[in-house]
Design a protein around this ligand. Structure first.
Ligand code: 5GP
Ligand code: ZN
Length: 119
């Protein structure tokens, strides 16, 4: 399990920085985004520090697969309406040109009845 002492999300995972927790198991942690863009907006992160999707290798595939399968379950728990009328968006910003600000790999899970989600 990698840990970066300067990483804000590693500090959230360890509890050194408080967050509103959505879910936790031995591999992943989910918490509400501090500046939500939509009625549902939480972040799903691996507990091990991976800077971004650009550093994800074949060994991370099972973990990332688990996260993609977990995201819809957590989205439903958080109030996203069911597919197909409802749903949500999964967003993974990667690197500077990808708009990534926190360099610990994270899935944004964003949902709720908002017109801009169609864009
Ligand atoms: P990025 O642009 O890196 O994809 O997104 C980082 C996200 O982390 C942003 O949406 C931002 O609001 C959120 N964020 C940054 N710092 C904190 C924090 O201390 N606590 C929480 N809950 N979210 C944070
Ligand atoms: Zn980290």
């Amino acid at each position: 399990m990698n840990h970066d002492p300067d990483c804000i999300f590693c500090k959230i995972i360890s509890g050194a920085i408080p967050s509103r927790k959505v879910y936790e198991d031995d591999e992943v942690f989910a918490f509400h985004d501090i500046h939500p863009w939509a009625p549902v907006h939480f972040l799903l992160v691996p507990k091990t520090h991976i800077p971004s999707m650009a550093q994800a290798g074949p060994g991370h595939a099972p973990l990332l697969g688990r996260m993609m399968v977990l995201a819809p379950l957590l989205a439903a728990e958080q109030g996203c309406r069911p597919y197909p009328e409802g749903g949500f968006r999964i967003l993974v910003n990667t690197g500077g040109d990808g708009g990534q600000e926190v360099h610990h790999l994270h899935l944004h899970v964003i949902g709720g009845p908002r017109p801009w989600l169609k864009g």
